[in-house]
Ligand binder design. Structure first.
Ligand SMILES: [Zn+2]
Length: 362
């Protein structure tokens, strides 16, 4: 799959642009980890039968907006190839350069969407300016006000043939059922651990960054399936360090707790040994680790123990390195399900209240 990844645009002499922007996928085949979505969309475009409304749900940074923009180019491309945009025709180029006339992006989080949706209602009947479809992308759709949903619903009930809507949200349960029922829904997954790690390695190599392979694994673990977050971490690393980057440099740059410290805390908990746990955590804090990140990683490990303990671990290797799963599997029998649930809940509350100034990932 990665063979199809577009090389980044040459930015020699240009101001630095974030890696996740430069490595934004440009064709359906470039999208990492969402084949179940992109295959269906590409087929729909190829057959000339896209839906009028899509609901893209899933965690942040998994490609929802990127796929919506590819869809805009794919349905309008003057020279589409097997359902993918060619990215070279005038229409594709305009879109890639942010000049698309028929791509309307609405950020529902900023306004509740009502002014934008009213504007949409007034203009939606007009033909597109240049392509076959006018595409409306509503980002953070769950933030829309009730009035905005009502207005949008009227449009979705009788959409003009040239209008295509993509509602993108991390919280699908907040989208009214009357809207959901008029959309084709796609659930974007957290990107599997190994795919995130490989994409990081690929980007780093292409960018000429010298990074110890174990660092990619560490970043992929921290990003937990969000490729945009993973690439942002890589960006922070490249800004922090010149020359080769090993694990010690990466930990210092990103305030990452070491995996040994996380394991040490888990071991202490497994042995019901609070003084060890406290010692490990205070050592980590003194070493510069971000305690909120530490708490998040403990939650990830404890949740994994819970899945192992209950036999629901079939897809655990999508989230954690194989060695980490094996290490946890040895410790799972010492735990009760009840104790794990209580600990996860407690730590989640700690994480929510412990704000961090150093690493605002999520
Ligand atoms: Zn094109």
């Amino acid at each position: 799959m990665f063979d199809q990844q577009s090389p980044p645009t040459n930015t020699t002499g240009e101001p630095h642009r974030a890696l996740y922007l430069r490595w934004r996928p440009k064709r359906f085949g470039d999208v990492v980890g969402q084949e179940h979505v992109t295959r269906t969309l590409r087929n729909a475009v190829k057959l000339g039968r896209p839906s009028h409304a899509y609901l893209f749900t899933g965690p942040r940074g998994t490609g929802k907006t990127s796929v919506a923009r590819i869809l805009y180019r794919a349905v309008n491309c003057q020279n589409a190839q097997e359902g993918d945009p060619d990215n070279t025709c005038a229409l594709c180029r305009a879109a890639l350069e942010g000049r698309a006339l028929d791509l309307i992006e609405i950020d529902a989080a900023s306004t509740g969407g009502i002014a934008d949706i009213r504007d949409l209602r007034e203009k939606v009947a007009y033909r597109p300016n240049e392509g076959r479809y006018r595409v409306y992308i509503v980002d953070e759709a769950h933030e829309m006000s009730n009035a905005a949903w009502d207005a949008l619903l009227k449009t979705l009930e009788e959409p003009p043939p040239h209008a295509l809507f993509v509602l993108a949200t991390t919280e699908a349960h907040k989208v009214p059922p009357t809207i959901v029922s008029r959309c084709q829904r796609f659930d974007f997954r957290r990107i599997p651990f190994a795919e995130t790690r490989e994409q990081l390695a690929r980007v780093a190599e292409s960018e000429g960054m010298q990074i110890e392979p174990a660092v990619f694994e560490r970043l992929a673990l921290v990003a937990r399936g969000g490729l945009r977050d993973a690439l942002s971490l890589l960006d922070q690393l490249s800004a922090f360090a010149v020359g080769s980057i090993d694990m010690a440099v990466a930990r210092a740059a990103l305030s990452l707790p070491s995996i040994e410290a996380v394991r040490g805390a888990i071991d202490g908990m497994t042995r019901r040994d609070p003084s060890t746990v406290m010692a490990v955590i205070s050592d980590a804090a003194e070493g510069g680790a971000d305690l909120r990140l530490f708490a998040e990683e403990l939650v990830v490990h404890l949740r994994a123990l819970l899945l192992l303990r209950t036999g629901a671990d079939a897809r655990l290797s999508d989230e954690l390195p194989v060695a980490e799963v094996a290490w946890l599997r040895e410790r799972a029998p010492a735990w009760s399900v009840r104790a794990l649930i209580q600990l996860v809940q407690t730590l989640w509350r700690v994480r929510a209240t412990h704000s961090s100034s150093r690493c605002r990932l999520r």
